[in-house]
Design a protein around this ligand. Structure first.
Ligand code: FAD
Ligand code: NAP
Length: 488
């Protein structure tokens, strides 16, 4: 908030009195000190010196890209942050050289091409033979009332979670996401109705996006290709796409945590996979602010015989409202019926990590419980070889425990599941475990059910909690492959 105030103060943050300049590589390199630090991100150069003291990661992190291209570093750490909005008052200008960076990883044939500044996407993709074989393609056809776009993904294990479709004001965006992203992005020739259907032939990897024509006329073409149409790039290189979702309910979970239910537009097809998060975006005091949240289920299903039916229309978010939180205070002020922007899902958890596990341990602190909700549901419903699932849930006080009742009921209902609550600031009458994450506590709670059973330990909470947890687990002999940390 202090940074936002400074950007609104009218102070000249670039030292250029409002002028924008063309910056050469040599010029950029000269501004490499804390008191005079320029950084290039995606072809735009920012004077980040005034921002140094506000950067959550500290000055040293920013200085790693001083006088240079920080795009890769930025993308690695927090590509979801809207730097254009955060740093707009620090914009010095554009790089003088228009970059033609080679597409990373897709094509080995281009590796000798000079890596240019800025990390901007290449204007034209030239793929090597092997990449071309994997590149999805699309086609379309029409009937009197329907337009069907068919995407041949060339992937055998297609499923609904890998397909994201949005259609708003004639603008159709269909994305197939995995480690790579294939995009169909078209300004449609004519208007279509709001509801969009998506059919997936999982075995053959064929995806159909079915649109209903508004008027039953013959379309001469599908529409105009937009900038990223028909591109196939690394997923992390694709910008996050947002759609506006309506807040339909807000219910209390604890004294400071609420369950928000957001409704996706009818023309959106989006399922957030287990272990992944989305980003919410709001404009606060004129600046776009983005924060990650992990969708949960509306409640913990107690009957795990059948996988729950997918309700693609709603997203449930369990969010702790911090009394001094910039984003959560604004969220808390949203009224039922208000809209908020929701991004595509991100995250590196793979269901296959748990599919072969016999013992699953979930270490959660506070709202670090949120990724565990879908994971618990998935594990108890769909992982046949699981013998034990144990949630070790760290909170300050009893009042902070999220869904305590539901968890206790689930433990009674399903003998594979056990929950243990550990409080760091318990009341005098607390008879359960108390303390913080520690080596002795973990050696007591995390144990293989058999000497060589396959184990997965998932951990989520405040960063120091997660880091300490990982270290203790390694000290106890668990390998990196047996531990998954949820992070942004
Ligand atoms: P800020 O303005 O950033 O901070 C204000 C004050 O709030 C801080 O001084 C501190 O006291 C407190 N605070 C803020 N952030 C944290 C934090 N991360 N840890 C401890 N104290 C903090 N939160 C949820 O409630 N539900 C989720 O499902 C969820 N999912 C997440 C998924 C990922 C991948 C990550 C990285 C974070 C997730 N978070 C979740 C945290 C969320 O992104 C925000 O950090 C949080 O809502 C606080 O934002 P804020 O702007 O209100 O607080
Ligand atoms: P909290 O209530 O402040 O803390 C929960 C428990 O963790 C408490 O027992 C607390 O003990 C302990 N704890 C806090 N900081 C610790 C530390 N440094 N070392 C050891 N134990 C610590 O937690 P919260 O406010 O709900 O925050 C939840 C966190 O989870 C946030 O940081 C959020 O960003 C993160 N989160 C991440 C993801 C994700 O990455 N996918 C998803 C959801 C949430 P004390 O009494 O000592 O404070």
């Amino acid at each position: 908030m202090d940074w936002i105030r400074l950007t609104k103060s009218g102070r000249d943050l670039t030292g250029l009195k409002g002028r924008l300049i063309e910056v050469t590589e040599d010029e950029l390199a000269k501004h490499n000190k804390k008191e005079d630090c320029w950084i290039c991100i995606r072809g735009f150069v920012y004077n980040v010196t005034p921002y140094m003291e506000y950067h959550p990661g500290g000055e040293d992190e920013l200085m790693k890209a001083a006088g240079a291209d920080g795009t890769d570093l930025f993308d690695q750490v927090h590509r979801w942050v809207n730097y254009e909005s955060m740093l707009k008052e620090c914009l010095v200008g554009r790089m003088a050289v228009k970059p033609i960076a080679a597409p990373k990883e897709i094509s080995s044939t281009l590796s000798e091409e000079k890596k240019q500044l800025n990390g901007m996407l290449p204007e034209k993709k030239v793929l090597g033979a092997s990449a071309r074989d994997l590149t999805p393609s699309y086609d379309w056809f029409q009937t009197d009332s329907l337009i069907t776009i068919v995407i041949y993904t060339k992937q055998k294990d297609m499923n609904a979670e890998l397909v994201i479709v949005d259609c708003e004001d004639k603008r159709l965006r269909g994305e197939i996401v995995d480690d790579h992203s294939y995009l169909v992005e078209v300004d449609l020739d004519h208007a279509v109705q709001e509801d969009v259907a998506v059919n997936i032939a999982e075995k053959v990897g064929k995806v159909e996006i079915i649109l209903k024509k508004k008027d039953n006329i013959h379309w001469k073409m599908l529409g105009q290709a937009l900038e990223s149409h028909n591109t196939f790039i690394k997923r992390t290189e694709r910008g996050l796409f947002y759609r506006k979702c309506k807040l339909v309910s807000k219910t209390e979970v604890t004294h400071d945590t609420k369950l928000l239910c957001l409704m996706l537009p009818r023309s959106t097809h989006l399922c957030v996979p287990v272990g992944q998060h989305i980003y919410l975006k709001q404009t606060i005091a004129g600046t776009e602010v983005v924060k990650p949240y992990t969708p949960v289920l509306p409640f913990l299903p107690l009957d795990f015989k059948e996988p729950p039916r997918h309700d693609g229309a709603h997203l449930y978010l369990m969010i702790k409202m911090y009394s001094c939180g910039l984003f959560t205070q604004a969220l808390d002020h949203l009224q039922i019926g208000d809209y908020i922007s929701v991004s595509n899902p991100e995250g590196n958890f793979k269901k296959s990590q748990v599919q072969t596990s016999e013992d699953l341990f979930l270490l959660a602190a506070g709202t670090g419980f949120t990724p565990m909700v879908k994971l618990l549901n998935f594990a108890l419903t769909e992982v046949g070889c699981l013998r034990t699932v144990r949630l070790i849930f760290f909170n300050k006080t009893e009042d902070d425990i999220l869904w305590r009742n539901q968890l206790e009921q689930l433990a009674l209902k399903d003998e594979r599941f056990e929950v243990q609550f550990i409080l760091s600031q318990p009341a005098k009458d607390w008879v359960g475990k108390q303390g913080k994450i520690s080596s002795s506590l973990l050696s007591e709670c995390v144990k293989r059910s058999r000497k060589d059973s396959k184990v997965l330990i998932c951990i989520c909470g405040p960063t120091p909690f997660t880091e300490q947890g990982v270290q203790y687990l390694k000290d106890l002999g668990y390998s990196q492959e047996e531990i998954h940390t949820f992070t942004a």
